[in-house]
Design a protein around this ligand. Sequence first.
Ligand SMILES: CC(=O)SCCNC(=O)CCNC(=O)[C@H](O)C(C)(C)COP(=O)(O)OP(=O)(O)OC[C@H]1O[C@@H](n2cnc3c(N)ncnc32)[C@H](O)[C@@H]1OP(=O)(O)O
Length: 467
Amino acid sequence: MFDPRSIPADQSTIDALRSRGLDYRQVDPADDAALQSWAQAETRGFHHARPEPAELRRELRVAKQRSLRGVYDPTAHDAGVPVATVDGWPSGLSVPGGRSVDAWAVSAVTVSPTHRRRGIARALLEAQLRYASEAGAALAMLTLTEATIYGRYGFGPAASAATIKVDRRRVSWIGPDAPGRVQFVEPADLIAKAPAIARRAVSRTPGEIDRWPGLLERHLGLVDPDSAASRALRVARYDDRSGQAQGFVAFTVGREPNLPGIVEADVFVAATDEAERALWRFLVEMDFVTEIRSRLRSVDEPLGWLLEDPRAVSMHDVVDHLWLRVLDPVVALSAREYGASGTLTLEVGDALGHAAGSYVLDASGDGRAEVRRTDDPGVDERRTDERRADEGADAAAAGSRSGRRSRGKATHGLRLDVRELGSIYLGGVRPSVLARAGRIEELSPGSLALADRLFAAPRTPHLSIWF
Ligand SMILES: CC(=O)SCCNC(=O)CCNC(=O)[C@H](O)C(C)(C)COP(=O)(O)OP(=O)(O)OC[C@H]1O[C@@H](n2cnc3c(N)ncnc32)[C@H](O)[C@@H]1OP(=O)(O)O
């Protein structure tokens, strides 16, 4: 895996911020005091309380693997605490068809209220995109606080999430019985198996990203196991008929004396549909509760179809959860599978340059597509050659497919900005919807209908964590 700490600080960002009297630098992963100051600035930037000591220790462990960057004001009262923070790291992103594409996660973007609106965030974000390109990421990605911040850097909303609430009194299960079993497990006993289950859950869901070391420990309450929050957490695991662990939920039941409780199940990891059904059934049939809530669930949950009364399930707080920014359209578009065959030109605009150009996407009926850049064929051929070399065994298959396929001139095309390309990439937003909003231009009749069919994904994209 590419080590983000090896990328030197971006010189143009250093110069731009120095001209404003500010220092931009990477936080030394060996300097615990500097990491702590960075973490304090980040929690303050998000208006959070100061972290508990155990949480701070966990953050430092994660931080040592990352390339944290900070902006420092040498004239400030405490010049060792950054006035702005950002974190970025390489991570796989699951795409339709079951592959993972190399992407770059951006997180922890904060600028102190004392230094806002001086262009610091812009400098940090533009540098992150350059690091991502240097690292070979085909896309950058983030989850965000406010939806008005990141469009200007080429990000578009690509996968939604929602809070699911279930009225326990209306629950009557009509779905199939699971052949395996759900059982309670202690978090410490699950942690050895949890990463493998999570990995399979991630790979079957477009929009999910690789889990990083330390995340599952936090989800299972193992960072500070004696805290009240950790002691309230219960964990149940689903094992299939052959005893293979295929999913787990971590939940709390909040209740007042003598009153039924409310289940809060925000950690819900299922590597198979069978595990997903079994874990839902376990939660929604629980006695002595009135409601089951789960945040960051898919907007396409099958739960309503498993109950006699689908209105027992309601969806709340639907948000544009995952935002994507395409950096290399050839690699990004080649990684996913497509829902139809056909040839489509994409004329992509990008004010920051990374993805700007004209591309032809040539999809065969087997789901794969060949993508090439048409406005600079030399660059495209080099990139395609490198990609094929990287893909090893896939190269032979790709070669034989391209032999079968016509390289004829594309007759269908769209003109769009890189933001819209990010939004349609995983199949969570139909190109025709963005065209209705005036954000995609159809270059010839039939192009939108073809694009809708091509970009359709068999599974609605979904990201179930914050990062
Ligand atoms: C991936 C993540 O980490 S998401 C987390 C984002 N961070 C937060 O929400 C924490 C609280 N907010 C902040 O720390 C800051 O307000 C930030 C980071 C959002 C913005 O930092 P600033 O340094 O003030 O932004 P900067 O001066 O570079 O502004 C760049 C542009 O973004 C715009 N902008 C900045 N913040 C916002 C906002 N909250 N809403 C809308 N527009 C914004 C500016 O107006 C400017 O617009 P322009 O392109 O027309 O010139």
